[in-house]
Design a protein around this ligand. Structure first.
Ligand code: NAP
Length: 284
């Protein structure tokens, strides 16, 4: 196993190559997470990163096919473009119109999305049961649509989308099914779960995506942003007595789901988590 025992030169001609594609890509934790998992699993896989813009989605899928890559992770701004370029979409990827995972099914190149699954796994780790609960998603982009689909599929009572563009909020709410709707301040006030699915909180002087005075002690407030580990939104939520969860657990779980899809094997979540936590902490 060249991946596990590197006494001999590695990678070799039989090493399976996977990578993340997107722009920007230099701060991505995906190579760290996947390589830590592959190494611990003793798999002869290596994972890299390529900076690619939205205009090159079709070329990325062609390269995946020509080079016979093992798998691809897809991030902004390529998720919709790759969805349009693959041979087939899984039902989830088709419902949300976005792909974060490219894999083989026979000789077909298939696009999937593991973001929603990763989020539900992160909620389960936190002991949060979605069924029958009132949920608010802030934002209406790719991640918001993945979450809307996941929460709707997990039988949430209500999935309210709050976004600066009401038309986008309405479209994303439709992905949640019957329980989806456009939300407002009252939806946030009455929610069991509030999730920030906008990038607000990544930059030091970002405004908050919602008024934290709407939060209360019975709520779980999640931020998909994980760097910094405690965003201003999460700090404000804690001040109001709410439980706070950042996006790191989702990131690990969506990566783990990709490894299952590519290799059919169970990745070591503890190894991936330790690698991610130490790197994020060292950056702040
Ligand atoms: P996206 O498709 O670009 O959507 C971003 C959403 O945020 C859109 O609704 C956008 O509104 C809104 N938005 C952007 N800037 C805003 C502002 N200044 N004020 C109010 N709303 C604003 O991005 P995405 O892929 O959904 O990702 C969203 C966030 O989730 C990013 O921070 C990403 O890193 C994070 N994420 C984390 C994970 C994880 O595993 N933890 C996974 C996926 C994504 P408009 O459409 O009006 O521009």
């Amino acid at each position: 196993m060249a991946g596990a025992n590197r006494a001999r030169p590695w990678p070799t001609t039989s090493t399976q190559i996977a990578a993340v594609v997107g722009d920007p890509i230099d701060h991505s934790l995906s190579p760290l997470l996947h390589n830590a998992a592959f190494h611990a699993m003793g798999l002869d896989w290596a994972y890299g990163a390529f900076q690619v813009g939205a205009e090159d989605a079709t070329s990325v899928v062609a390269a995946f096919r020509t080079l016979g890559l093992g798998g691809l992770s897809v991030t902004m701004p390529l998720k919709a473009g790759i969805a349009a370029a693959v041979d087939e979409l899984t039902p989830i990827a088709a419902a949300i119109g976005a792909v974060n995972t490219v894999m083989w099914r026979g000789d077909q190149v298939v696009g999937d999305s593991t973001d929603g699954r990763g989020f539900l796994d992160a909620l389960a780790d936190e002991g949060f049961v979605v069924e029958g609960r009132r949920c608010v998603i802030l934002g209406a982009g790719g991640a918001a649509r993945a979450l809307a689909h996941a929460l709707g599929s997990a039988a949430a009572a209500d999935v309210a989308l709050v976004a600066r563009d009401p038309n986008k909020a309405r479209a994303a709410a439709g992905v949640a099914g019957q329980c989806g709707r456009v939300g407002d301040d009252d939806a946030v006030r009455n929610a069991d779960l509030v999730v920030n699915a906008t990038p607000l909180g990544m930059a030091a002087n970002d405004e908050l995506p919602v008024d934290p005075l709407l939060f209360s002690g019975s709520q779980l407030v999640c931020d998909l942003v994980y760097s910094p580990p405690v965003t201003p939104l999460l700090a404000a939520a804690r001040d109001r007595g709410a439980t706070a969860m950042n996006g790191l657990s989702m990131l690990i779980h969506q990566a783990a789901a990709q490894i299952r899809a590519w290799t059919g094997q169970e990745p070591p979540l503890d190894v991936m988590s330790a690698a991610a936590v130490s790197t994020v902490s060292s950056r702040h």
